[in-house]
Design a protein around this ligand. Sequence first.
Ligand SMILES: Nc1ncnc2c1ncn2[C@@H]1O[C@H](COP(=O)(O)OP(=O)(O)OP(=O)(O)O)[C@@H](O)[C@H]1O
Length: 248
Amino acid sequence: MLQIKNLNYKIKQQIILNNITLTFPDNKITCIIGPNGCGKSTLLAHISSLLKSSEKISLDGIYIEKIPARTYARKVAILSQRQEFSIDEFLVSDIVLMGRYPHKKRFQDYSTADIRIADKMMLNTGIKHLSGKKIKTLSGGERQRVFIAKAMAQEPDILLLDEPTNHLDVKYKLALMRELKKFGKTVIIVLHDLSLAARCCDNSIVMYDGTIAAAGKPTKILTPEFLEKIFEVPFYTAKQNDNYFLYY
Ligand SMILES: Nc1ncnc2c1ncn2[C@@H]1O[C@H](COP(=O)(O)OP(=O)(O)OP(=O)(O)O)[C@@H](O)[C@H]1O
């Protein structure tokens, strides 16, 4: 289980994260929502260990900085489109296969099992037909799905996704959420699409100005009255066949 206890983070004199305490339920989808600049990405960066958290975050009772970097990299994947090198000339299949990298020893080649896993994730994210294309030729949404497939190919215990749906059309947004559910791992997903968060996530965290404003089941937490206080616009809800719909 992933737990955060009293995490604080400042940049110069600005408080970015203020005494964050959270428990993420295993093998469930947890969304993090909140206004621009409230600290969502910074929180993900701490969980992924891109930012140091000094014994405030633990995984199965072990502080994450005590877990060897390579082991942690196998357990936790983060969807990030920022690359240290240009990937424009790479094929889609190469990028997805790179998701298997943390499982390989130094200089070890990808195995047929690795290729099978990468193929499966390309199929699941609807990009198999693009596997032989160069990244530079893809649309924004196609590219986004390549990075989702890569993160899933890593088969992590915890998948961190920062706004993975921003380029996706509505069909692929819902398809992604279905795939994440089937994936069956702990998923922590920053979403600006509040309808999607309400409808598809098991657990929700609302951040405001570096703090946790609320956490719990979307049907309990994401109420129109509460969200209006956070986002300063009116919201409406409807329930149909056990689905919770949220509008603004
Ligand atoms: N390297 C940095 N230097 C200075 N300030 C930073 C830096 N990184 C983040 N911040 C500030 O920290 C705050 C939280 O940023 P963060 O990116 O975590 O917000 P967010 O909730 O993910 O926002 P958004 O919804 O706009 O993506 C913002 O006020 C941002 O300006």
